[in-house]
Write a protein that binds this ligand. Structure first.
Ligand SMILES: Nc1nc2c(c(=O)[nH]1)N[C@@H](CN(C=O)c1ccc(C(=O)N[C@@H](CCC(=O)O)C(=O)O)cc1)CN2
Length: 297
């Protein structure tokens, strides 16, 4: 069998950001509205620092207004919630995002509950999760939104496909399953406690791996020709000892890419697959929130 088609999330995300920038320019010119995104980072997690910096840079590159609030790791939950409350009330800001993970003394659930659903560009509030589950217009989590765009671009109509989502987080697995269901897939949510995970995954026309275990999905788990979307990102020291000593890392997904690409019909790489779609979809959500808050669309 031929090798899988490589799904180029990096290129897709670049096209999406360019389209968003055009829409932002039009929104400014026609309505005088500049979408504004505020990102809040608590602590110094190295990966989060990179993601937050990239969010700020890509927000500005799209012509939007960007604010980044970097708070020390010992910020109390009340102090963080006060920052969120201020951003909820700020008319320049249409999207508010608190970068995860937050330090262990802060409850992620309480942070999400403090977000205004209208500015919840992560799509995590119960209002937006409930709207998604009910088939109503919602702000939806960025990574599954990006996965859906890649799937529709690769496969076209998803109706009737068997989709297996591995992972059940609020940020990824659950909304992914809802989006696939809304696209008329037959959806199974599997997780680390599922019995016969390989057998479940082998039924799938679409596999979305978001379980956070490096290279867990093997070639003999995958039906020949299936489309495989890899959401996992595990960071290991670089293979080259000198590079590793200099702190360089390599990224590995939840799918054993080298073997699965021999079986799958299409597959996302890590890096360069789903990851870049996350920030592009954050910009898309910020634009949507700005339009809705301004009464346009
Ligand atoms: N509040 C949120 N926190 C987190 C989210 C989120 O959606 N909302 N998702 C992840 C991290 N994340 C965005 O925040 C993110 C992850 C990965 C990428 C990305 O571009 N990955 C690249 C590799 C980049 C690298 O070298 O590290 C790729 O896969 O090609 C962007 C954003 C957790 N927290």
């Amino acid at each position: 069998m031929a090798q899988a088609k490589l799904i180029d999330g990096k290129a897709f995300a670049a096209d999406l950001r360019a389209k968003i920038a055009e829409d932002v320019a039009e929104l400014k010119a026609k309505h005088g509205v500049t979408p504004g995104l505020a990102v809040v980072l608590v602590g110094e997690d190295p990966a989060s620092q990179v993601y937050v910096r990239n969010k700020g840079e890509q927000t500005e590159a799209a012509g939007m207004y960007s604010e980044t609030h970097r708070l020390p790791a010992d910020t109390s939950q009340d102090e963080l919630l006060a920052v969120v409350a201020k951003l909820n009330a700020d008319p320049k800001i249409h999207g508010v995002l608190v970068q995860f993970p937050v330090p262990p003394h802060i409850s992620q659930m309480d942070v999400v509950a403090a977000l205004s659903p209208d500015k919840d560009v992560d799509g995590l509030t119960v209002t937006n999760a409930g709207r998604l589950a009910s088939g109503l217009p919602a702000l939806t989590p960025c990574t599954p939104l990006g996965c859906m765009m890649l799937l529709k671009d690769t496969l076209g109509d998803l109706s009737g496909k068997n989709a297996v989502v591995i992972g059940r987080s609020n940020l990824m697995g659950k909304p992914m399953a809802q989006m696939l269901l809304a696209a008329d897939c037959t959806v199974t949510i599997a997780h680390s406690r599922s019995k016969d995970l390989p057998g479940i995954v082998r039924q799938a026309d679409i596999v979305v791996a978001a379980v956070g275990r490096a290279e867990m999905v093997k070639a003999d788990w995958v039906k020949p020709g299936a489309t495989v979307i890899d959401v996992g990102i595990t960071r290991y020291p670089a293979r080259d000892p000198a590079a590793a000593a200099a702190g360089k890392t390599r990224l590995v997904g939840d799918v054993a890419f080298d073997e699965v690409k021999e079986v799958a019909g299409a597959i996302t790489p890590v890096p360069g697959g789903v990851g870049p779609m996350t920030i592009a979809c954050l910009l898309a959500n910020t634009l949507t929130a700005a339009k809705r808050l301004s009464g346009i669309a």
